[in-house]
Design a protein around this ligand. Structure first.
Ligand code: ZN
Length: 164
């Protein structure tokens, strides 16, 4: 059984610009359950997969320049359609559980929001923050492969194409 666990909508989601200042630092509160709108764009999210019987957990960190709701739908689709099973480390893990008839649940939360690459900042805080978390908080990303750290920013190309 899969269940989306999201907190109630916050009154006013914080704006990106306020968050730019604290990039690369990780205040403890950012790791608290999300108090952000799941339609807010450019977020880093985390999934925790728990096996029903023995309760061991695996964790996965992802990012999206779009809103979380859309990314979540794509993840769910990859758990249903075998042709997409290799799309993420998370879907690979889910398919392994399914094939071994292991019951599981997945809890999702949004960790933080950051500006993706833009021509004025010339850096992608979204990708930087994800890499930072995978390095510094491995317990939040047990399923993420360390080779994801060398993957290049796909938002940069998009931004450059837009400006030409
Ligand atoms: Zn990026």
């Amino acid at each position: 059984m899969l269940r989306l666990m999201l907190p109630p909508l916050p009154p006013t989601p914080p704006h990106h610009h306020q968050q730019q200042q604290q990039e690369m630092q990780l205040p403890t509160k950012e790791l608290m359950p999300a108090q952000r709108n799941c339609l807010q764009p450019a977020v880093i999210y985390q999934a925790t997969v728990t096996r029903k019987r023995h309760q061991p957990t695996e964790t996965y960190i992802g990012l999206t320049a779009n809103d979380f709701k859309t990314r979540y739908s794509n993840h769910m689709s990859s758990f249903r359609h075998a042709k997409n099973r290799n799309s993420t480390e998370l879907s690979k893990h889910v398919w392994t559980l399914k094939e071994n008839n292991i019951n599981y649940s997945i809890a999702w939360r949004i960790l933080s929001s950051h500006l993706p690459y833009n021509s004025s900042s010339k850096r992608c805080n979204l990708c930087l923050k994800e890499k930072f978390l995978i390095i510094c908080r491995p317990e939040l990303s047990t399923l993420n492969k360390r080779n994801e750290l060398v993957s290049s920013c796909r938002h940069r190309n998009k931004a450059l194409l837009r400006n030409n």
